[in-house]
Design a protein around this ligand. Structure first.
Ligand SMILES: CC(C)(COP(=O)(O)OP(=O)(O)OC[C@H]1O[C@@H](n2cnc3c(N)ncnc32)[C@H](O)[C@@H]1OP(=O)(O)O)[C@@H](O)C(=O)NCCC(=O)NCCS
Length: 179
């Protein structure tokens, strides 16, 4: 299994606990980007939404859907999650970080740490995929900087905040990844 605790240069990664709902609410309740590009996030983000988000992560099976709270100075500031497919040969990655801490390379650092851990933990894992709204420039930059390649666009593929938007698919293969 991929370790529950991971360390990056500036971040610690650990499992979420139900008590993290408050931190998640604090960093996402007024975050326009979080609400804008995520179909499951309501515009008016409430403490109950944050608690549900955390509860869902806590309840996920760590073998098939591991996830980590990103922590700086004891404070939860973001999330990275993986969903394994096809007997751990492929994984899909998701991530998000506190609005006030963006543009410092922290998401890239966290995503790299999780992918390093995933390739090390599962020798059969051959590919990591990411799906993002094609308008989500920040997310696309994170992936491209790490060496992900654009594999295609699914046109009008997700209904987000009243409109059908294009979904961009990115991927990186084990043989392209160096840790
Ligand atoms: C997308 C997101 C994770 C990026 O986080 P981040 O910590 O700012 O990313 P990084 O600092 O690692 O940035 C990596 C690169 O992207 C660039 N970048 C980040 N946000 C950007 C934006 N909105 N527009 C253009 N470039 C952006 C950074 O400048 C950096 O590039 P550079 O080193 O060449 O300057 C963050 O904006 C977020 O949490 N958004 C809401 C949740 C979300 O959309 N998650 C992705 C779902 S697939």
């Amino acid at each position: 299994m991929i370790p529950e605790q991971l360390s990056a240069e500036r971040l610690k990664l650990r499992p979420f606990t139900p008590a993290d709902g408050k931190s998640v609410f604090d960093y996402w309740n007024s975050d326009a980007d979080w609400a804008r590009f995520n179909k499951s996030v309501p515009d008016e983000y409430s403490e109950v939404d944050a608690e549900k988000f955390v509860a869902d992560l806590v309840l996920r099976d760590r073998e098939s859907q591991p996830n980590w709270a990103l922590v700086i100075d004891g404070r939860v500031i973001g999330v990275v999650s993986l969903t394994f497919e096809q007997d751990h040969r492929i994984a899909v990655i998701g991530y998000g970080i506190h609005g006030a801490l963006r543009g410092q390379g922290l998401s890239g650092e966290a995503v790299k740490t999780v992918i390093d851990g995933a390739f090390r933990s599962y020798s059969m894992l051959q590919k990591i995929r990411a799906h993002t709204d094609s308008r989500n420039t920040g997310s696309i930059r994170v992936l491209e900087k790490l060496g992900f390649k654009r594999e295609g666009i699914l046109r009008s593929n997700q209904f987000v905040k009243g409109e059908l938007t294009d979904e961009a698919i990115y991927g990186v293969l084990r043989k392209e990844w160096s840790d």
